[in-house]
Design a protein around this ligand. Structure first.
Ligand SMILES: [Zn+2]
Length: 447
């Protein structure tokens, strides 16, 4: 975390957004930590600042077109036109309405302060105790690429960590990462690559009101992707289809089939905590996240299975996102003997509750036997509704090549069950039920 970022956090906690009800003379302005020694103007509660600050604090060349009566900033991919005495700014081709006109005062061009975050991202904040407006812009400082055979990373360095949204689109397959309240800075707009995993990265100032930068990764092939945050860096990681899964989440992973005698009876079980990373899954009435509680249950299942001498593999780490196909593929490649996916349910009706175990609608008899053992062992240990066995066409059930289950442990939309899901005892009871069911399945398998 850099200083500027800490600074913004501390300030925003104590401040409200500015709507300045005080006289101009008594208001100070601080831009990115630097005190501005220029006069501000307040008209109808709106603050105007001299256009000069665009060159002083943002390094812009500001052109004053007397003929058209407008101010202009021309940067590489970024053009701003600000007609004086009109309530708009035109940034690239986008027209931004302004609540106050830019104007000439004593031959000095004055622009609305609120235009700055629209162009440069970041935040405006007013601190009443020292009658100061703080503006911290947010720009992309750099975009680095880290490419290896199995893994591809886009490392985005920013002034402070922006809010972001990541989406996967198909035909053609691409990951679209939107960063909020940020300016593109001097980032290159196209980054060509060696095309093993990602073909091309495109960067654009997608929007200016509010300022948003869009980064598109055109995918060649991948098995999973994941967005992580480190200080003021965002890292978009894409893993290759041909990868060997990394050791952080797969301590027992190896690509050899169980052929040596010592491993002959050691069954391999993939434990799949649903969701994760950018995808929290269902969110409970009081905010409990599915991805977190199911991870805790999965960890308990993992521990118990190891104590029983099973070989295990978790599909994800605590804050990792893995695609549904990536999870199935992990199990198929190992190869696993069983696949157990753990979820928590949600419904519009808060009175709905209970536990259900799903298998694929074309699952084998063996697979349904497993579902029956697991569901009954869980229900012996917890006191909520037994919703029984259900058939579904979930991707992780469809794409796995071994008996597979998806357990909806309880409902996060039900206040009582949300509470239970978040307790150690309930998590432990569910985990013990799952493991007891798996053991019973293997005990009966060869009879
Ligand atoms: Zn789920």
């Amino acid at each position: 975390m850099n200083n500027k970022y800490q600074y913004i956090i501390v300030l925003t906690m104590a401040m409200i957004l500015i709507s300045i009800p005080v006289a101009a003379e008594s208001v100070d302005l601080v831009i990115n930590g630097q005190q501005v020694n220029q006069d501000l103007m307040v008209i109808d509660g709106r603050t105007l600042v001299p256009a000069e600050i665009l060159s002083t604090y943002f390094g812009e060349t500001v052109i004053w077109d007397r003929y058209k009566d407008e101010l202009r900033i021309n940067r590489n991919k970024f053009k701003v036109r600000l007609p004086l005495n009109e309530r708009v700014a035109i940034v690239n081709t986008e027209v931004i309405p302004l609540s106050i006109k830019a104007k000439l005062v004593n031959d000095k061009a004055m622009i609305p302060l609120r235009l700055l975050p629209k162009i440069y991202g970041g935040k405006l904040a007013w601190q009443a105790s020292d009658k100061t407006i703080y503006y911290s812009s947010n720009q992309i400082e750099d975009i680095d690429i880290n490419e290896s055979k199995n893994k591809f990373q886009v490392i985005i360095k920013t002034d402070s960590l922006p809010d972001s949204e990541l989406q996967l689109y198909h035909q053609p397959q691409r990951l679209v990462l939107d960063l909020k309240n940020i300016n593109i800075g001097d980032a290159k707009d196209i980054i060509p690559l060696n095309k093993n995993i990602v073909k091309k990265i495109r960067v654009s100032q997608y929007q200016v009101n509010p300022a948003s930068v869009r980064i598109v990764a055109d995918i060649n092939q991948m098995s999973s992707y994941y967005l992580k945050k480190e200080d003021s860096k965002l890292i978009l990681e894409v893993k290759s289809k041909n990868r060997i899964v990394t050791s952080s989440i797969t301590s027992d992973y190896n690509l050899k089939r169980p052929d040596s005698n010592s491993n002959l009876n050691q069954k391999r079980i993939v434990i799949d905590p649903g969701h994760g990373g950018q995808d929290p899954g269902a969110i409970g009435i009081s905010g409990v996240e599915e991805s977190k509680v199911v991870y805790q249950i999965a960890k308990k299942v993992n521990k118990l299975l190891k104590q029983e001498n099973f070989k295990t593999l978790m599909t994800r780490g605590q804050n990792e996102f893995i695609s549904l196909s990536g999870r199935a593929e992990m199990a198929n490649r190992w190869p696993a003997d069983l696949f157990i996916s753990i979820h928590a349910n949600s419904n519009n009706l808060s009175t709905i509750g209970g536990t259900a175990t799903y298998a694929h609608w074309s699952a084998s008899k063996k697979n349904w036997a497993l579902a029956w053992y697991v569901q009954s062992e869980i229900m012996k240990r917890i006191q909520i509704e037994d919703n029984g066995l259900k058939a579904a066409n979930f991707a992780v059930l469809r794409e796995t090549e071994m008996p597979a289950l998806l357990i909806e442990t309880a409902f996060l939309s039900n206040l009582h069950e949300e509470y239970l899901l978040n307790t150690h005892d309930f998590q432990q009871q569910v985990a013990e039920g799952i493991v007891a069911g798996i053991k019973e399945y293997f005990n009966n398998e060869n009879n």
